[in-house]
Design a protein around this ligand. Structure first.
Ligand SMILES: [Zn+2]
Length: 761
């Protein structure tokens, strides 16, 4: 190999090492606080005290979904913890329905919230918010009993600080969050309680580890971000997370509080999502560091909010992004577009002055950045598809992500070196930064939260360009090293965060940000100066290594004992069809041991009518339990409508009652206890009512429908857990599979035929 070749291959190595180094810093090098022990000063948040509180709250770590006996036990323990601190706590019980996400699924339940008076004061209160219910499948140690323990330790520290508060500080510990934000909904439906809310700090979990991320604030958050930057020691936030979160099918109680227009902060941790909503959400799996961070954040914000007049919390929209937790660069969102436009103009002018624009070389250079993005995304798609094909699993790197992560990284090195030859380094430099500042402008207008990722590096690049204008003969490439480094930090930070949120299954969240990071390094790679052999050798070697790593990813098992396949077992009886079924999730192929235990159909299919996903089903004999009863009490027919009153009764083992009203009925509104819900005019699909508390076993419902045609009402009684004769199937579930969400359940179906309307005389 010639000396020049060695030098250019070395450049590929050094730049790759730089990217990998930044990734390690982003993943493990963040500023994190000290975990405080049991003897920490009383005015501080001590993780050890909070962890001990969490242990007392959880007791035997049993699931405690809304309305269960264990739910009542946990509630009593929380009230006792507050009174141990000398804080008066009361409960508020109400029945509520919440159609905040449309009418395809409408959850309802009787819920009991806990309201505790932490500090007295005049006017509206600072609300410390967390939920104490868990999903039926798991004990919810992180989600969100850790939040309750955080509120309790914060409350203790606040009272120990003994400072005078401008506002009352109260804790609202909600019930039924997992069932559909029902505790928060009941609280906010009560005008007197709603009127107490002045500002909110919510603590949540979507995993068991990781940083306590400020991932959502109320809109026009400049004043809130300002307070946060002064109150908190280490930062973990970005205006991008709120943009992403808006687009995810996830919600917390804060969604409903934000609708009230109050200033609010939402903190959550989200690493190790494998344990989330499963029996593995245990206290021992909660990271001590995470709990300390979550507590530091809540105490800092509670202390600051208590001392700040609420009218000072309103400002303008801000865009921001922390760097490794130490600094929090931020600007008003309104400045992003003009600054981006200025950077773009300066970049174009510099390129023009360098006589770069207009040459044929320039066209190829201008195309390099988009080609690079497409090449990296395509490489990700290809390698992920290969790993899927080898393993036969939809998410082959779920349990062991390292091999596929290496594969994707090597594949992207191949793609970057391949594409980098399109442009010599000076043209590439201008092309990259013109694209970056143009994207800063576009995102500033359409996705402002994302704009810092383009804008902040572009501003540094604009300074570099200005330096180049001032001294054209001296400043060439190196002034652009700093903006490139900043681009690496922000974009590779996103690569790491994206993977911990979504896994490599969502590989574009890995490859596209990585491509933006790599793009700024292309001018330094100077690939056109490489010999053909060195260039082709680098591409070929990286691609070969990528294929080997991806092959290993495909051969490794997709699931493990700690990163288990989500596989709840349902026993479903349909008395009308004289059938009983074993029903299993069909996201991933069924484990062989389960196929051996019952005669599951090869393809997923629906088992009962309604808007439910297809499942793997096996016959389970004939029905053995009495189904719920359903009868029509009243049927009043009007020219354009029909009002049908239905009485539904389940057994005393009912945990949830589901009622499916088919689209053909033309549902307009329904009345259910104290709730009257109007179905929007444009709603045209089946509506499933999920009544989530045990009192739903006795359910009177009045449906007003538009059509006079006959239809069938499906009613399902749900009991948590399986009948005894399911033991064989449960023991066939391998130890790398685990129930999640509602867990293993028994469903008893019945249907009620509503005949065509006869006009009343
Ligand atoms: Zn939660």
């Amino acid at each position: 190999m010639a000396g020049a070749d060695i030098k250019s291959v070395l450049r590929v190595f050094v730049l790759t090492a730089l990217c990998v180094g930044v990734w390690f810093l982003a993943k493990y090098g963040y500023a994190r606080p000290q975990v405080l022990g049991p003897d920490a000063p009383a005015t501080q948040f001590s993780e050890a005290r909070a962890y001990a509180t969490l242990g007392r709250l959880l007791g035997a770590e049993r699931p405690h979904p809304v309305s269960s006996d264990e739910n009542a036990a946990v509630r009593a323990r929380i009230v006792a913890e507050f009174s141990k601190l000398g804080i008066k706590a009361s409960t508020y019980t109400a029945f509520t329905c919440n159609a905040w996400r449309g009418f395809a699924f409408v959850p309802c339940a009787t819920v009991s919230d806990i309201i505790a008076e932490i500090l007295p004061g005049p006017g509206r209160a600072v609300v410390l918010l967390a939920h104490y219910d868990s999903v039926p499948a798991g004990p919810g140690a992180s989600d969100d009993e850790s939040g309750v323990a955080t509120v309790l330790e914060t409350a203790r520290a606040l009272r120990a600080q003994n400072t005078k508060s401008l506002h009352p500080v109260i804790a609202v510990i909600t019930d039924g969050e997992e069932a559909g934000l029902l505790g928060a909904n009941a609280f906010l439906e009560n005008a007197a309680l709603r009127a107490r809310v002045g500002a909110v700090v919510n603590v949540e979990a979507r995993g068991t580890q990781g940083r306590s991320l400020l991932f959502q604030t109320s809109p026009k958050d400049s004043a809130l971000i300002d307070l946060y930057s002064r109150a908190v020691q280490f930062y973990s936030t970005s205006s991008l997370f709120a943009e992403i979160y808006k687009r995810l099918p996830n919600d917390t109680d804060l969604t409903l509080f934000l609708k009230q227009g109050v200033p609010a902060y939402n903190f959550a941790f989200s690493d190790n999502v494998a344990d989330y909503h499963t029996p593995l959400d245990l206290r021992r799996n909660l990271s001590h560091l995470t709990l300390q961070e979550q507590g530091d954040n809540m105490l800092a914000m509670a202390t600051t909010l208590a001392a700040t007049p609420f009218d000072r919390l309103h400002g303008h929209a801000e865009v921001y992004q922390d760097l490794f937790g130490y600094v929090l660069p931020r600007i008003p969102a309104g400045w992003a577009a003009p600054l981006a436009a200025a950077a773009l103009l300066l970049m174009l002018f510099t390129a023009f002055r360098a006589r770069d624009i207009g040459s044929r070389q320039w066209v190829r250079a201008a195309l390099m950045p988009p080609v690079l993005i497409v090449a990296c995304a395509a490489m990700g798609w290809l390698l992920h598809a290969l790993a899927q094909w080898i393993s036969g699993q939809p998410d082959p790197s779920y349990a062991y992500p390292i091999a596929l992560r290496e594969g994707l990284t090597l594949g992207m090195i191949a793609a970057v070196v391949l594409v980098a030859r399109m442009a010599e380094s000076r043209s590439a430099l201008f092309a990259v930064w013109i694209w970056f500042s143009a994207l800063a402008l576009i995102t500033a207008i359409f996705v402002p939260g994302l704009s810092p990722y383009f804008l902040f590096p572009s501003l540094l690049a604009a300074l570099a360009a200005a330096a180049r204008l001032a001294a054209p003969e001296r400043a060439k490439l190196w002034p652009f090293a700093l903006p490139a480094l900043l681009a690496l930090v922000v974009w590779i930070g996103l690569v790491a965060a994206g993977e911990s949120l979504m896994g490599l299954k969502l590989h574009p969240l890995f490859t596209v940000p990585a491509a933006f990071a790599a793009m700024t390094l292309v001018p330094f790679l100077d690939a056109p100066a490489m010999s053909r052999n060195a260039w082709a050798g680098c591409v070929g070697f990286a691609l070969g290594a990528a294929l080997i790593a991806t092959g290993i990813a495909g051969i490794q098992p997709a699931y493990s004992r700690t990163k288990a396949q989500r596989l709840s077992i349902r026993y479903v009886e349909d008395r009308a069809a004289h059938n009983a079924w074993w029903v299993l999730d069909a996201y991933a192929p069924l484990p062989i041991s389960l196929r051996a235990a019952a005669a599951f159909a090869p393809q997923p299919a629906p088992v009962v009518q309604g808007p439910f996903p297809n499942t793997y089903n096996a016959p389970a004999g004939t029905p053995r339990f009495a189904p719920p009863s359903a009868q029509i009490l009243q049927d009043a027919v009007f020219p354009n409508a029909r009002r049908i009153s239905v009485a539904i009764k389940g057994s005393d083992k009912t945990d949830t009652m589901l009622v499916v009203v088919p689209k053909s009925a033309g549902l307009r509104h329904f009345d259910f206890r104290n709730e009257h819900l109007d179905v929007p005019k444009d709603f045209a699909s089946d509506m499933t009512l999920l009544c989530n508390s045990r009192d739903c076993r006795d359910l009177d419902l009045a449906l007003t429908v538009a059509n006079h045609t006959p239809f069938k009402l499906i009613v399902l009684e749900e009991r948590f857990g399986l009948p005894r004769f399911a033991a064989k199937l449960v023991s066939a579930r391998p130890n790398n599979a685990i129930p999640s969400q509602s867990g293993d359940v028994t469903l008893l179906a019945t249907s009620l035929d509503v005949s065509a309307a006869k006009p009343t005389r």
